[in-house]
Design a protein around this ligand. Sequence first.
Ligand code: FE2
Ligand code: FE2
Length: 301
Amino acid sequence: MEGLQIGKKDQFIEKVLLNSTELRLLGSTSGLEIMHQTIYKNRMFYLYPSDNPDVTEFIYFISGKVTGEINKEKVELVPGDYCLVNGLKDPVHFTALTDVTYLIVTTEHSFSHISNEILTLKGFVNQVEKKDRYTFLHSERVAEYSIMIAKKLRLSPEQLKSLYLAAGYHDVGKINVPEEILNKPGSLTDEEFDIIKKHPVDSVKMIQHIYSGKILKIIEQHHERLNGSGYPYGLKEDEILFESKIIAVADTFDAMTEDRAYRKAFSAQYALEEIKRLSGTHYDEKVVAAFEAVLMEEGKI
Ligand SMILES: [Fe+2]
Ligand SMILES: [Fe+2]
């Protein structure tokens, strides 16, 4: 009938899938978008303040359970609970305790944006993953640690957004590093290390047609160290973006605490001690202190 559209269960206009989420567009009119999202267990998701104060977003939980912290109070949301978001000042994050589904009604046209972003990201990370299974999960964890550090340090919503994206893409340039070098046990030759050193710039080249400015700079500098001993440019102190300093710590920690082809994982405590030993010379002291607090809160140390 004209003016009426009936959708049956599991029908959708468009669907995007990523490791941690599935998003379906159910309906779209000039002023409204209705989406169905699934977030898988143990993954995080965020409510971000909108740049446009008129935007309203309504989220209705259908199944599963999430937990989050709002004004220092723990909140649990279960089926039937909902959030109405309008004029949000600070980002809020939730962790899915089970697989979670919810409905989103928003006055902002975001699906095409999210959908293209997710698909591009998915394409790249799939390529990298084929070669190096480790990189994909690594990037997700680095993004999550980075956001926790940034929130501790009260970075602005814009900073959080670019940090999250930059962390997600930081190593995609590793697609150009031969497998034998990526997974080589023992130390690398100078030539091999020179190839590794290209990956921050290669990551930038791979996504510069979608993103610009700050995000690219953050990625490019994620292996720079305070005393100038990093790469690709040997930048020092204030020459390095604060967001890159955050990724540097999260990245090192994650690399040390995961099993690699050539060695067993170090304990969280050991990895943190190593990072603390280099605090002030390699890593930013404020970032390291915030990260220690995050690990303590998360019960990792
Ligand atoms: Fe890297
Ligand atoms: Fe990394």
